[in-house]
Design a protein around this ligand. Structure first.
Ligand code: PLP
Length: 439
């Protein structure tokens, strides 16, 4: 981490997530303002945000529409429970969201991606139970997937280091392999089609009776695990397997939702629809915490068959459909749609990929992967010090005025959809300078 001059002395009361606390307070990265594509530190150091915060500020920071909507909402209705009551903004936002995500029939609101995922897993089990198929309780996730930090999401997630300290997790969870061939590097397109990609799933289904599986959950494009695009035809084949065996398909679109792939969702961009979809992050442009679990009509209707008058889904959060979050979500959709941001994302995806692929041949770069406005530049780790080289590159870029994220030794990029070609070029130049100097 870089030591910037005049960094204010920090209170030491906060325990930060996924952060090495011993060391952080000696060299903190602190931002106190943000606007458009930039963060600004207390010293006035402007940093180009090529991570959209944390894969979430898709419309750029402090978007005036969203800021105004939150202000207005805060002055009108601070809070109302969603347990047996609601507010007009919740219905208006749900309707608007479902119009933007055709194929889905209902939106269940929560406060984060983790909650959206745990909600999806519970809804999936309850769906089968409501249909008299209570034996379907198993879940299948995938290696390298990230589905948040609740016990459900952690269980179906595929990153061992995240789980190590917290077991036992959910029983009866299985993981299929990531569809990735390390020999296929610097690909211009998605990985080529092949029957072999789902062989690992077929192996699981050969041992675990498919009639005991409730749901398969995947990120359409693996995000935090290092940006792995789905091979051509892979999601279609996954959809077909689920249909054949009566298994629900859950797309975790917490990262891919809201324009990353040039459409509102990856489902729309890639033409494959799940039964349940999780959203968060770009749902409110990151401005107010919110998650959503969308379900199709079949799932919702299954719950509506029992005796009327009793709650069909015994689940929910104090802050479900919070008025500020609904207002921010509505304004974010206005910004995305009325300002053509999904189209802008689609337009810049190719130049973005081309610019990053030009890092092939730069020191330490062993792969570049990309899909829409998501990319990863994978570095050879330093001998005996995994993650050190990635951190050094991120630090050097920060000093150079560009924020990129190091996931171990993989540099991940997920800029706001409004990023320009000049800003992409600035980023690649900063990365190339860092790679040439850090060793
Ligand atoms: N699912 C995916 C695909 C994510 O990328 C994330 C967060 O990065 C989550 C779930 C968890 O979201 P949150 O951090 O809002 O709980």
């Amino acid at each position: 981490m870089n030591h910037l001059p005049n960094t204010p002395v920090l209170e030491d009361g906060v325990w930060l997530p996924f952060t090495a606390m011993r060391g952080f307070t000696e060299a903190p990265m602190i931002f106190d303002r943000a606007e458009g594509m930039h963060y600004v530190t207390p010293e006035g150091h402007r940093v180009l945000d090529m991570m959209a915060g944390l894969w979430c500020v898709n419309a750029g920071h402090a978007h005036p529409r969203i800021t105004a909507a939150i202000r207005e909402a805060a002055g009108k209705l601070d809070f109302v429970s969603s347990f047996r009551m609601s507010h007009p903004g919740a219905f208006a936002f749900a309707r608007r969201l479902l119009d933007a995500v055709p194929g889905m029939a209902r939106a269940f609101f929560s406060n984060s991606g983790s909650e959206a995922v745990d909600t999806a897993l519970k809804i999936a089990r309850g769906y089968h139970r409501a249909r008299g198929d209570a034996a379907r309780t198993k879940f299948i996730g995938r290696a390298k997937s990230y589905h948040g930090v609740g016990f459900g999401g952690l269980s179906v997630g595929g990153i061992a280091r995240h789980k190590r300290d917290f077991g036992p997790l959910l029983a009866d969870v299985f993981h299929m392999p990531l569809p990735h061939d390390p020999a296929q590097r610097f690909l211009r397109d998605r990985p080529p089609a092949g029957d072999h990609w789902l062989a690992g799933l077929d192996d699981i289904l050969a041992v675990q009776d498919p009639s005991t599986v409730a749901a398969i959950i995947v990120e359409p494009v693996t995000g935090s695990g290092g940006v792995y695009p789905p091979p051509i035809g892979y999601l279609e084949a996954l959809r077909a397997r689920c249909d054949r065996h009566g298994i629900l398909l859950i797309f975790d679109e917490v990262i891919t939702g809201f324009g990353r792939l040039g459409a509102c969702t990856a489902a729309e961009a890639l033409g494959v629809w799940p039964d349940i979809m999780t959203l968060a992050k770009g749902l409110t442009n990151g401005a107010v915490p919110m998650g959503a679990t969308l379900v199709d009509g079949r799932v919702f209707d299954a719950y509506m068959q029992g005796p009327a008058g009793a709650p069909e889904l015994m689940h929910g959060y104090t802050y479900s459909a919070h008025p500020l979050a609904c207002a921010a979500g509505m304004a974010a959709l206005d910004a995305y749609q009325q300002e053509g941001m999904f189209e802008a994302s689609a337009r810049i995806a190719q130049p973005f990929a081309a610019a990053l692929l030009a890092l092939q041949g730069a020191p330490h770069v062993i792969d570049v992967r990309h899909c829409g406005l998501l990319a990863a530049v994978e570095l050879e780790p330093r001998e005996g010090a995994p993650g050190a080289r990635g951190a050094a590159v991120a630090d050097a870029c920060f000093t150079d005025g560009v924020l990129v994220r190091a996931a171990g030794d993989t540099m991940v990029l997920s800029p706001p959809l409004v990023v320009t070609e000049a800003q992409v070029a600035q980023t690649v130049e900063a990365m190339a300078r860092a790679l040439a100097t850090i060793g």
